[in-house]
Design a protein around this ligand. Structure first.
Ligand code: TRP
Ligand code: SF4
Length: 336
């Protein structure tokens, strides 16, 4: 039997190159060999977007189309919507007894996110909601309701996986050996830097190239990308290692990378033409992705069907697991 992979994405925006080269490539490789459940985590997105339900709603379809556009195959991957699986919410309630508030407050991912969201939660965290603090518990339910064995995540998510394993161990020590401890598969080992030279490309950092960016948007973004600041005239020699244009050439124009490097160093390449070449290469790179996406945009009922079908498979699987869990917890009244 194939091993089960589960991962999730919050539907809060479109995917960018960072997602593609980090998580996306990994998903593409893994869809071949595993039973792959891909959760569109709408309930989790609501924990910090509860006042913007329309944003979450819209992005469920958007992110699914992005994922299909990069080449994930709905015949191989079960795309499902978290809220379509009420067992996850139910299990979250059961797990909430197995974790202390203090432990959640010490979770490094939660801590970082609270700092980042101080505008939402207030500077001292006094307005942190119960739901937000508890989302690692809900994420543990996401994973274990499917008996998830492998979980592809970025390294920012490792504390959540650790928290999940702790809950599993606690559960098993009380109710019997029912749950599997999931393992992470690190999926963002290839980080993509931002247009501004930041180590990380991120939507909120405003330094991302999105998979849906039009030719004009790509052009504008690359024209404004950070280059070697010491290069003033077009025949000044420069250092490509501190230039973001060179950095992206290396991602999407690998065939010419040696020429770009040499000409930059010896001053026979001007930044404007170098950028133009990159703009062309980037748009060529994005084209097949956008063409596939366009197909799904024009057939949005197909995308909805993919989510319905995936959710049905996920629901069946969750029901089986819930039965085992309820038996173990002696709340299986319908069985007696
Ligand atoms: N917390 C993850 C993120 O923000 C998304 C997520 C939800 C997830 N449920 C999951 C990741 C289950 C792995 C497993 O990216
Ligand atoms: Fe960057 Fe190209 Fe200019 Fe060199 S020539 S600094 S690689 S944009």
């Amino acid at each position: 039997m194939k091993k089960t992979i589960l991962t999730g994405l919050r539907p809060t925006g479109n995917l960018h190159l960072g997602h593609l080269f980090g998580a996306g490539k990994n998903y593409l490789a893994m869809q071949e060999d595993y039973e792959f459940f891909l959760e569109i985590a709408d309930v989790q997105a609501l924990t910090d977007n509860f006042h913007h339900p329309e944003k979450v709603r819209k992005n469920v379809l958007e992110i699914t189309m992005d994922l299909l556009a990069i080449g994930l195959d709905p015949k191989k991957v079960h795309f499902f919507i978290q809220s379509r699986i009420p067992e996850i919410a139910e299990l979250t309630v059961f797990y909430s007894n197995l974790v202390t508030v203090a432990r959640l407050q010490r979770n490094p991912t939660v801590k970082t996110e609270i700092l980042q969201k101080s505008e939402l939660f207030g500077n001292h965290g006094e307005s942190i909601t119960y739901g937000f603090l508890g989302y690692p518990v809900s994420q543990a339910a996401d994973i274990t309701i499917f008996d998830g064995e492998l979980v592809p995540v970025g390294d920012d998510q490792l504390p959540l996986l650790e928290q999940c394993r702790e809950i599993v161990r606690k559960f098993n020590s009380i109710y019997g050996d029912i749950l599997k401890e999931p393992e992470q598969v690190l999926s963002n080992t290839t980080r993509v830097k931002g247009l501004d030279g930041n180590e990380k490309m991120g939507k909120s950092l405003g330094n991302a190239i999105f998979l849906v960016d039009s030719e004009d948007v790509v052009k504008e973004k690359i024209m404004n990308a950070v280059t070697d600041p010491n290069k003033i005239r077009k025949d000044d020699p420069a250092n490509p290692d501190i230039c973001m244009v060179y950095y992206y050439h290396n991602l999407v124009n690998k065939g010419n990378i040696d020429t770009v490097c040499k000409e930059c160093r010896n001053g026979t390449r001007g930044c404007v033409s170098c950028k133009k070449e990159l703009i062309h290469a980037m748009n060529e790179f994005l084209k097949p992705i956008q063409e596939r996406r366009k197909y799904y945009e024009e057939n949005s009922s197909l995308v909805k069907q993919i989510l319905e079908d995936g959710s049905l498979v996920a629901k069946k699987r969750a029901e089986v697991q819930m039965k085992r869990i309820k038996q173990a917890m002696q709340i299986d009244y319908d069985e007696k």
